[in-house]
Design a binder for this molecule. Structure first.
Ligand SMILES: Cc1cc2nc3c(=O)[nH]c(=O)nc-3n(C[C@H](O)[C@H](O)[C@H](O)COP(=O)(O)O)c2cc1C
Length: 177
């Protein structure tokens, strides 16, 4: 168990994974971390987590979510980076103020920090979700509850190289009053 400051230093977006599956106990811990996240009042009843580890379904998602390389135009890349687990956050209703996007970000960050605690790599996934939503064939494989909309996702798995602590130089500005 790392302390919280270590978790912040070790967490990074991992974009190269080993194929090995994640042990059930680790997946359970990651989900449990997500379940303890703060949510806007009442939204625990309308938030859903889908954990995809089935190789066939992962392959279908990969196929529909390929993205073109910025460095090498024409070359298609795996938006899931070869990860053995794809975790999707969906909600029943997006309200006018879009607060549900905040909810799912809290859930995902909790899961990402627990993954880091277990020395697993992870990455928030957003960019490819539009393609996923537009593919009824792939969506059908995900068994998202009726009326729910996918808002965010993450990938997770053993990183190709072990996670290393780093000092992150953030460009977020801070004002102390
Ligand atoms: C809301 C959100 C959406 C993101 N979407 C993607 C994505 O679709 N694909 C990806 O590779 N990384 C995605 N990221 C990861 C960011 O690119 C990454 O956090 C940022 O570059 C900082 O790097 P670090 O996570 O290693 O500190 C996303 C992060 C956030 C918070």
């Amino acid at each position: 168990m790392k302390n919280i400051e270590d978790l912040f230093c070790f967490r990074r977006s991992t974009r190269k994974f080993r194929e090995d599956p994640i042990p059930d106990e680790a997946i359970r811990k990651i989900i449990d971390a997500g379940l303890t996240a703060p949510l806007a009042m009442g939204n625990d009843k309308t938030t859903h987590i889908t954990v995809v580890q089935n190789r066939e379904v992962l392959e279908a998602i990969r196929k529909c979510c390929m993205k073109e390389s910025r460095k090498a135009p024409g070359k298609m890349l795996d938006s899931l980076y070869g990860a053995p687990a794809f975790i999707i956050l969906s909600v029943a209703d997006v309200s006018d103020d879009h607060i549900e996007y905040c909810d799912v970000a809290c859930v995902i960050e909790n899961m990402i920090l627990e993954a880091t605690n277990l020395s697993l790599g992870s990455c928030y996934i957003w960019g490819c979700l539009r393609k996923l939503r537009k593919s009824p064939e792939t969506m059908a494989k995900l068994c998202i509850p009726e009326g729910y909309e996918i808002l965010s996702a993450m990938v997770c798995g053993y990183p190709e190289k072990p996670l290393e602590a780093r000092e992150k130089k953030s460009r977020i500005t801070v004002n102390m009053i």
